[in-house]
Design a protein around this ligand. Sequence first.
Ligand code: RIB
Length: 308
Amino acid sequence: MGKVCVIGSINMDVVMEVSRSPAAGEAIIARAVKKNPGGKGENAAIALAKLGVETAYYGCVGRDAYGDELLENLKKYPVDASRVSRSDASTGTAYIIVEESGENRMIVYAGANEAITPEDIRTICRPMIEDSELVLIQLEITREAIYEIIRLCRELGKRLVIDAGPAHGWSAADFSGAWMVSPNETELSTLVGRKLTGREEILSGARGLLKSGISHVIVKLGEMGSLYVSGDTVLDVPAYPVKAVDTVAAGDSYMAGLCKCLSEGMEIKPAMEYASKCGAVAVTRTGAVSSLPSAEDIARFDMFQIQE
Ligand code: RIB
């Protein structure tokens, strides 16, 4: 089984559960407020470990109470987080509103996530990358660090999977040379610089990413499933019907399921089906890390599905 290396953000999530989001100038009362470990990088690393994948993770927390809590939490999972560093900046924090429908809105303060430098990638992360079958990143660390990861993966001949969230400020050309890029619909629109609606526009946007020198593209479409494009191959994988209570970390769970399968040499279509199950289970549970499925959950996936 292939080892996976994840380099990315680690945040404390401050979550408010509300019936609906407030309008401008309006105040509403939250049903509950919770503090959960999160961050796209850390979520994906823990998700991989829960799925039984040997996983190494690199990120950066502050020298503060949230940093202590997040490091303690990481110890509960079989993730090699021994290289995670600490910075004088505050630990990254995500302020999240989860509506009754399960949809979320989020504001992320990057803090210590932005302390990761290209030098850290060259020195701390290089041995982790060398030792891995596949590398997974997201876009919540600095642009310079991400460019260095893309460069290093190319130099070392490693498959790099980029979860293109959050895509604000990025364009397709920034990822030239990456093995795979996976945006959601909104992120794809950002990367190609125009609003995409409907399958044909999304497909043409995904093809635009391939023209920028990316080998494989998977667009995550939530309830509409996911779409794979590479060369002349196009694959549509439907989503599984589940009762959504909280969509936070569903994309991270999907990416972890996908990377598990790809690191084991599985074909793309069954890998996307497995990933869809991982994303689906995550939306049936609240929180980020707390929503991530184990390999056993996926093996008994039927119990999460709405039976038609
Ligand atoms: O993908 C969900 C994650 O995005 C949250 O845990 C939050 O911390 C942000 O990084």
